[in-house]
Design a protein around this ligand. Structure first.
Ligand code: ATP
Ligand code: MG
Length: 385
C-alpha cells in the first residue's frame, strides 16, 4: 500500500479541542507537534488510539499554558517531562523534547531539550520518530518516511547501542514488526541480530513492561512470524519459559474473521505465565482454555461451560494445537451451548437425594447431558436417575 508522503489528516487531528490545545502552545511561542504512533498510524491509514504531542516548552510552561487556556493539565509523568491534558474525554500526552543523559538498560535519566533532532534520536524506531504540525505537515528529522513506506521497523541509529539503553526495545522491535511490518520482507536483519545477541538483557526488565509489550504483540493481526523469529533468537522462552511457537501460525490461519484475542494466542503458546501480570479473570480464562484444549468436549458443551467467546477461543486453540480442521458449524454450536440450560434441577431429585449424594447425581446427569451434545431432555435424563 502506498502512503501519502508528507501530510496527514484525521478526525483526531482536526478535533477543535486538540487544535485549541496546540494553538495555545504556539501562541506562547513554543512548538507543538504530533509525534509517534498517531503520526505513524495516520500515514498508514490505521486507527489512531492516543494522541502524543511533543513540544519545546518545559513541563511547567505546558502546565501553565494549558491551565490558562481552560484545560486541566495533570502531571502524569513529570520525571519524563509528560503532562496529560484530557480533551473531551481523550487524553493528550504532552512531552517536552528530551535527550538521554544516562541510561542503564531499564530507565533513562533525561534532560529537556529544545531541539527536535535530539528528541527524535532517543526514540526507538525510525517509523516512531515522525512528527506533524497542527496542520498535518509531516516533519521527518531522521528519514523515517522511507522506512514507513517500506514497512520496515528499523532502530534509530545503531541497533545494539539502542537496545543497551533500554532492553524493552527488543520486544518492541517484534511488536512493531507484527503490527506494521511487511510480512513478506521479514524483520530487519541488523535489528534481529542485535536482539538475539542482547536477549539476556530482558531479564532485568520489569515484568509489568514485559507483560504490556507481550500483550500488544499478541494482539496484532498476525504475530506468528514475529513470535517464530523470537523463538529462533532465544527470546520467547526468556519471557515465557517452555512456550512453543508452533501452534501460532495455524491458529492465526484458522482465526480468519475472529477478533485477534491475545489470551487465545497465549493459550496456544503455552509455557509458564507466572511471571506475567495476568488479572484474576485472565488467569481463570487461560486455565479454562488450557483445560478445554485437552478435553474432547463438543463445541456446544464448551459453549455451555465457558460461554460463547471463550468457547470459540477454545475450539480455535484446540484445532490449531491438534492440527485438525475446525468442527462443522462450530460458531453456531458454541452459541447454542452458551444459550442452553441444563434441564434438570436439584428439586427434580429431592427429597430422594440430599446433600452430597444430590450433588454427585446432578454432576453425573450433567456429564450425560454434555456427552449427548446437550440433546437429552429432562425426562430422558430423569428416567434412569
Ligand atoms: P501504540 O500506542 O499504538 O502502541 P506508539 O508508537 O504510540 O504505539 P507508545 O509505546 O505509546 O507507542 O510510545 C509512544 C512513542 O514514544 C513511540 O512512538 C516512540 O517514539 C517513543 N517510545 C516509547 N517507548 C520507547 C522506548 N522504550 N524507547 C524509545 N522510544 C520509545
Ligand atoms: Mg501510544
Amino acid at each position: 500500500m502506498k502512503i501519502v508522503a508528507d501530510r496527514i489528516a484525521g478526525d483526531w487531528m482536526s478535533d477543535p479541542g486538540t487544535q485549541d490545545l496546540m494553538r495555545s502552545l504556539e501562541a506562547a511561542g513554543y512548538k507543538a507537534l504530533f509525534v509517534g504512533g498517531c503520526v505513524r498510524n495516520a500515514l498508514l491509514r490505521e486507527p489512531v488510539s492516543d494522541v502524543d504531542i511533543s513540544t519545546d516548552a518545559t513541563p511547567d510552561a505546558v502546565t501553565a499554558i494549558a491551565a490558562a487556556a481552560g484545560f486541566k493539565p495533570v502531571p502524569t509523568g513529570i520525571d519524563h517531562g509528560t503532562v496529560t491534558v484530557v480533551v473531551q474525554g481523550k487524553p493528550h500526552e504532552i512531552t517536552t523534547f528530551r535527550r538521554d543523559v544516562e541510561t542503564d538498560g531499564r530507565r533513562a535519566v533525561v534532560a529537556f531539550s529544545t531541539r527536535i533532532e535530539e528528541d527524535a534520536q532517543r526514540r526507538d524506531f525510525t517509523m516512531n520518530a515522525l512528527y506533524a504540525d497542527r496542520q498535518g505537515q509531516v516533519i521527518d528529522p531522521l528519514h523515517g518516511l522511507p522506512d514507513l513506506q517500506a514497512r520496515r521497523v528499523r532502530f534509530v541509529g545503531d541497533a545494539e547501542t539502542r537496545i543497551r539503553e533500554d532492553y524493552l526495545r527488543i520486544l518492541r522491535f517484534f511488536r512493531f514488526h507484527a503490527a506494521y511490518g511487511d510480512p513478506d520482507a521479514g524483520l530487519d536483519a541488523e535489528g534481529l541480530a542485535a536482539c538475539a545477541a542482547l536477549a539476556e538483557g530482558l531479564d532485568g526488565i520489569s515484568r509489568e513492561r514485559i507483560h504490556a509489550e507481550l500483550r500488544k504483540l499478541l494482539s496484532a493481526r498476525d504475530p506468528a512470524p514475529s513470535v517464530a523469529a523470537m523463538s529462533h533468537a532465544g527470546i520467547l522462552t526468556r519471557i515465557l519459559p517452555g512456550a512453543d511457537p508452533r501452534g501460532l501460525a495455524p491458529l492465526v490461519h484458522l482465526e480468519a474473521g475472529e477478533d485477534p484475542r491475545w489470551l487465545r494466542r497465549l493459550a496456544v503458546l503455552g509455557g509458564d505465565t507466572s511471571d506475567l501480570r495476568l488479572s484474576k479473570a485472565e488467569m481463570r480464562d487461560l486455565s479454562a482454555l488450557r483445560a478445554a484444549v485437552e478435553s474432547p468436549a463438543t463445541p456446544a458443551a464448551l459453549g455451555w461451560r465457558l460461554g460463547e467467546h471463550l468457547a470459540r477461543d477454545a475450539i480455535l486453540a484446540r484445532a490449531a494445537l491438534l492440527e485438525s480442521p475446525l468442527p462443522g458449524n462450530w460458531r453456531v454450536e458454541a452459541t447454542r451451548g452458551a444459550k442452553a440450560r441444563f434441564p434438570v434441577t436439584a428439586a427434580d431429585l429431592m427429597p430422594a437425594l440430599q446433600g452430597e449424594a444430590l450433588g454427585a447425581r446432578l454432576k453425573q446427569l450433567e456429564a450425560r447431558w454434555l456427552a449427548s451434545d446437550l440433546a437429552l431432555t429432562r425426562e430422558e435424563l430423569l428416567k434412569g436417575a
